[in-house]
Design a protein. Structure first.
Length: 289
């Protein structure tokens, strides 16, 4: 069902509306409809036989899907599927994001789940967040009142919490032109189809045999994924041959607020984070794993 007849007057919204344009979608969201896309997290999180209230399907909105290069860098539409990210021809700095895309459940989930949904769901174990943090990603938000941007690090405010305002929709992720090469590692109870115990993403740009820029993030360890500024500063300027040896707990663990749950104790998560980061640095600089 499409949206035009529900935008004016006092008519009630249908239980399910699939608009064609962003303007229609924003008008419907402003009336309290719940946005949805791939629904890979929405349905499992529902404890009733059916979803309640008016549902706003964003998958038909023009301009909300696809990956494009702009004068600001790269724009990833919020409804872009993870399978598209995994197979996209992107610069080496996106290798961590493409690797994470291949870890978002099975291929069926990757063909349904969306980048925007992964971020708005705000799980501490959301695979897309750590690599996007290392890319200095920003989110583009829109409502009937206007548009705004903010850093992804400010958008995810806690477990299942974001900075989305009432009636606001995440429309895209913006990545400034990144340098270097990225990578992603995930630790779980088995090798695939698992919620992470710890995951880590990294990006290193090398110039003249030295680390020109470093960006690292850890997810599934703290309430939200976090960058590691102390480690990044310590690696900057180091010869690549020395970079992996510079990774130590004191540069990683203080940035974390390690959690204990049924998957792992906080101490194990903290220790595993250091190991994953060291492996990432070694892989990105050509050192021993």
């Amino acid at each position: 069902m499409y949206a035009n007849e529900y935008l004016t007057g006092e008519a009630e919204l249908a239980e399910y509306v699939r608009p064609r344009s962003l303007e229609e979608a924003l008008a419907i969201a402003g009336r309290g409809a719940k946005p949805l896309a791939g629904c890979t997290d929405l349905f499992p999180a529902t404890d009733r036989p059916a979803l309640g209230g008016a549902l706003l399907d964003l998958t038909g909105v023009e301009g909300l899907s696809g990956i494009t290069r702009t004068d600001r860098g790269w724009r990833i539409g919020a409804v872009t599927r993870w399978a598209e990210v995994a197979g996209a021809a992107l610069p080496p700095a996106f290798d961590g994001l493409r690797a994470a895309a291949r870890e978002v459940g099975a291929i069926q989930i990757q063909n349904a789940g969306t980048v925007g949904g992964n971020l708005c769901n705000a799980s501490p174990a959301a695979d897309g967040v750590p690599p996007l943090l290392t890319l200095d990603a920003r989110v583009e938000l829109a409502s009937a009142a206007g548009r705004r941007e903010m850093a992804l690090a400010e958008f995810v405010t806690g477990p299942r919490r974001t900075a989305l305002a009432e009636g606001e929709i995440l429309t895209a992720v913006i990545v400034p032109e990144p340098a270097g090469r990225g990578a992603f590692l995930k630790l779980g109870a088995r090798s695939s189809l698992v919620i992470s115990i710890v995951m880590a993403a990294g990006r290193i740009d090398v110039a003249g045999g030295r680390v020109a820029e470093a960006a690292f993030s850890v997810g599934a360890c703290s309430p939200v994924a976090v960058r590691l500024p102390a480690l990044e500063a310590a690696l900057a300027g180091l010869p690549v041959a020395e970079a992996a040896d510079r990774v130590e707990a004191g540069l990683v663990v203080p940035a974390l607020s390690a959690l204990s749950d049924l998957r792992a104790e906080a101490g194990y998560r903290a220790e595993a984070s250091v190991v994953l980061i060291r492996r990432l640095v070694a892989g990105l600089t050509g050192g021993a794993a």
